[in-house]
Design a protein around this ligand. Structure first.
Ligand code: ADP
Ligand code: MG
Length: 288
């Protein structure tokens, strides 16, 4: 049977916007010593701004942005939202055909009869497009039109106001290792990891590779503690399901993510993890 005190703990957590799906997860929260964060939407706001449009000749900047916006118009990825916002005009959906969103890569689609690719270098490699980009500090979205490289759009995200405090306080309550996983570039990943003072970062990972990396981190663990993964649910439901403790953040994540998670944080504040662990510790001191 479940000790009664757990219900108090789960109820208290719910009042703080933290939904714990069972007393076993509250108990597990007590023993978390490794936290693995997804980047976009979890440590960063997930609200990108277009900061640069770089064309390679043939197309104007306006046209490049227009093709990108049409290509992204069915995607709910934060990258898509930012490109559509920068474009700011109506999209005639009848000009879009054969839409294909490839997880961790980007979009493959026909726009106005042209074959458009909009995504990262993995997508370009997969489609045999030669690209050439200087080191950029933002996330780069490459565009190809009818099999030719056309240029790239740089978009930048910001670290959440709350993230640094969360990292500091998590260390303060005894979490030993803080890791970030991201599908974004090494440069972007390392910059954010350094700013936040994380212990490790693994970048350019596809959703499957995030699962593999998580399994490796679990294997490498020297201690008996639990590994908690926290993500915003976009492309990370498999990792949420695989972690000792999967936490979906933002409340508005996909149904698949909420389903896969053990704990759901209704706000988008990573510092709620600190509250969750504190509530778990307090509950244990009452129950045992
Ligand atoms: P993260 O690990 O940062 O949450 P994702 O796994 O969602 O990122 O995506 C990884 C990478 O895949 C992105 O940084 C981007 O390069 C590319 N990508 C994913 N979706 C899109 C899209 N709709 N348009 C362009 N690029 C995309
Ligand atoms: Mg993500």
């Amino acid at each position: 049977s479940i000790p009664l005190g757990f219900f108090g703990g789960i109820g208290g957590a719910a009042k703080s916007g933290i939904l714990v799906k069972g007393s076993n997860f509250l108990e597990a929260l007590n023993n978390v010593d490794t936290i693995v964060f997804d980047k976009t939407g979890t440590l960063t706001k997930g609200v990108f701004k277009v900061t640069k449009i770089h064309t390679l000749g043939r197309e104007s900047e306006e046209n490049l942005l227009e093709y990108a916006a049409f290509a992204e118009s069915y995607s709910s990825h934060p990258i898509a939202t930012s490109i559509l916002k920068a474009y700011g005009k109506e999209i005639n959906k009848s000009e879009i055909e054969n839409y294909d969103e490839i997880s961790g890569h980007g979009i493959k689609v026909s726009v106005k009869g042209k074959r458009i690719l909009a995504g990262n270098k993995k997508l370009m490699n997969k489609e045999n497009i030669t690209y050439n980009v200087m080191d950029e500090t933002g996330t780069v979205v490459h565009i190809a039109i009818d099999g030719n490289y056309a240029g790239y759009i740089v978009i930048s995200d910001e670290i959440k106001d709350d993230a640094e405090k969360a990292v500091r306080e998590l260390r303060g309550i005894g979490v030993k290792k803080l890791v970030m996983l991201t599908g974004d570039s090494k440069l972007v990943g390392e910059t954010i990891s350094r700013q936040l003072g994380l212990d490790e970062v693994h970048a350019e990972l596809l959703p499957d590779q995030k699962v593999e990396k998580l399994e490796l981190l679990e294997k490498q663990k020297q201690t008996k503690g639990k590994l908690l993964f926290v993500g915003d649910g976009i492309n990370d439901a498999p990792v949420l399901a695989r972690a000792d403790l999967g936490v979906a953040m933002g409340g508005l994540g996909s149904d698949a993510a909420i389903e896969a998670a053990d704990i759901v944080i209704m706000t988008d504040e990573p510092s709620k993890l600190v509250n969750a662990i504190k509530i778990a510790k307090r509950t244990r001191s009452i129950v045992w």
